[in-house]
Design a protein around this ligand. Structure first.
Ligand code: GLN
Length: 542
């Protein structure tokens, strides 16, 4: 079967929700039993988003095969069951880097290297390489039409008609149809201009998805269709909705999946959206609510915790409780103390890097531990939980991570190359591992210990979860911690690294070195988040 490509571009303004739209479209095509995947092409120059501040770029989503990618890939995996890989996201920087490496190796045989054809060819190759295994590849082009930096991407997708044929290509343009209060009217002109801009680079859109805070009525859609040379049926109204899970249904109800399958001449079954209807039902019919605090350091940029926030909501869906999320700045907790936390029914400390805000996080862990408040520590959140426990329960006063205090007496968390006991004795040779000093990224197997809480929750012995960290629990100091009552309930498959900690006498106190939020989905949830929200609900009721 030939692969079909749907290219999604954005116009008028940014932040129209191209990622969610691409994911929702993929969801309805998946519901038609098509084998679909989604790619994100980012026009910026960074090699990948791994080094961009979460304040600027939101979270870094980690794929199972260990790529640091755009957060849109998180939406993709939450909306479809296809797993993303390192090939589903690339940037201008990555393309240039590949082309320049080839040039240095002399592979272009003395040619002058140019944006067209060398950069555009590489972009096309990277897209078509993914295409091999799918019926449909949806390709989201980052940025907005008119941006200088996205031009090579648009040129590449224009050229793809010649490579795969117009019948196997569809261009969908996402635009804004603003409602002007003073005039009491929806305005189609920005859409017309945006489509003109696309036309000027040789792309005639096949469908338009019109974002608006109002439903775009038929008369306006007809007008848009006429001016933009698009079929009436292919002008889709996508008004603001209270839940992103309603978007697949909105697209389907306007026949977008039908229009696409006709365009590609596919004979597909009708979309079965029952799982999404179930999600909407769960969301709309809560039996209670809980307040969950995320204690972090990017409170003004919730996108920095996108997958964690979504996973908490999924936990809410599975328990049919509404999850109110409060983002708390750990530096405020440090300044004002644990009283900031007293309206919470559970506390989560997410992943993070660097010393800022660590003191406040330790205060939050102590408060949760001493007051039997459900606590969930993810990556850095597990590391600070361990530091708190070491200091305040196991009497290791100066316990710390070498990320924050390289010379501390009890380096309970450290690079593997730095593991030592309190007398400075190194017990494990650094050469034994190639992980020290580098980032441990992607899915790794973890062995769960029988009779632990997590073993019961996952219901199996071995799990795979995704990692993104450098520091590890220092095995040289583990005995003291265990004696003081901390339970290690998960290890790396070779038993060398601590993966999960629990406090058995606490109602719900779990820390994991991995990021379970990356594998939670609205339809399936995630056992740790489902159980955490359940514990918060029980705490709230008592
Ligand atoms: N900074 C810690 C480390 O590198 C934790 C990273 C994280 O939370 N993702 O190990």
């Amino acid at each position: 079967m030939t692969t079909n490509y749907i290219f999604i571009t954005g116009g008028v303004v940014s932040s129209l929700g191209k990622g969610i739209t691409a994911a929702s479209l993929a969801a309805i095509l998946e519901a038609c039993k098509l084998n679909v995947t989604i790619m994100k092409l980012d026009p910026y120059i960074n090699f990948d988003p791994g080094t961009i501040s979460p304040r600027q770029h939101g979270e870094v989503f980690v794929t199972d095969d260990g790529a640091e990618t755009d957060l849109d890939l998180g939406h993709y995996e939450r909306f479809i069951r296809t797993k993303m890989s390192c090939r589903n996201n690339f940037t201008t920087g990555k393309i240039y880097s590949e082309v320049l490496c080839k040039e240095r190796r002399g592979e272009y045989l003395g040619a002058t290297i140019q944006v067209i054809p060398h950069i555009t060819n590489t972009i096309k190759e990277r897209i078509m390489e993914v295409g091999i295994s799918y019926d449909i590849v949806i390709v989201e082009i980052g940025g907005t039409v008119g941006d200088i930096e996205s031009l090579p991407f648009l040129e590449a997708i224009r050229q793809m008609v010649a490579d795969v044929g117009r019948d196997h290509i569809m261009y969908i343009h996402l635009t804004l149809v603003p409602y002007i209060n003073a005039a009491g009217e929806l305005k189609t002109k920005p859409t017309q201009h945006s489509v003109k801009q696309l036309l000027s680079i040789g792309i005639q859109p096949d469908a338009l998805i019109c974002r608006s805070d109002h439903t775009v009525p038929l008369i306006e859609r007809k007008k848009i269709a006429l001016f933009c040379n698009v079929h009436e049926k292919a002008v889709i109204s996508l008004k603001d909705v209270d839940s992103i899970y309603k978007i697949p249904g909105l697209l389907n109800s306007q026949g977008l999946d039908d229009y696409i399958s006709k365009h590609f001449k596919l004979n597909v079954s009708e979309a079965d959206l029952s799982e999404w209807e179930q999600v909407i039902y769960e969301e709309a019919n809560p039996i209670g609510e809980v307040n969950i605090g995320i204690v972090g350091k990017y409170v003004e940029s919730p996108d920095a915790y996108k997958s964690v926030i979504e996973a908490l909501k999924h936990g809410g869906l599975k328990n049919r409780v509404n999850v109110n999320i409060e983002l708390l700045d750990s530096q405020d907790v440090e300044t004002h103390g644990a009283k900031l936390l007293n309206s919470l029914h559970a506390i989560l400390i997410p992943g993070g890097f660097g010393y800022r805000g660590i003191k406040g996080k330790i205060i939050a862990v102590r408060y949760a531990r001493e007051n039997n408040i459900p606590y969930f520590g993810i990556c850095l959140g597990m590391q600070v939980a361990l530091i708190e426990f070491a200091r305040n329960v196991a009497q290791m006063e100066d316990a710390n991570s070498t990320e924050f205090a390289p010379d501390c007496r009890y380096p309970i968390v450290a690079l593997i190359t730095e593991w030592r006991d309190q007398n400075g004795k190194i017990k494990q040779r650094s050469e034994d591992s190639n992980l020290g000093g580098t980032m441990r990224l992607g899915g790794y197997k973890c062995q769960l210990i029988a009779n632990s809480k997590v073993h019961q929750l996952y219901g199996c012995d071995v799990i795979t979860e995704r990692h993104r960290h450098r520091y590890e629990v220092n095995n040289c100091l583990l005995n003291e911690i265990k004696k003081a009552g901390l339970h290690i309930s998960g290890y790396s498959i070779d038993k060398q690294l601590v993966e999960i900690i629990e406090i058995p006498i606490h109602p719900w106190f779990v820390g994991c070195q991995f990021h379970p939020e990356f594998t939670s989905t609205p339809r399936d949830g995630h056992p740790l988040f489902t159980s955490f929200i359940k514990a918060a609900f029980i705490y709230q009721k008592n």
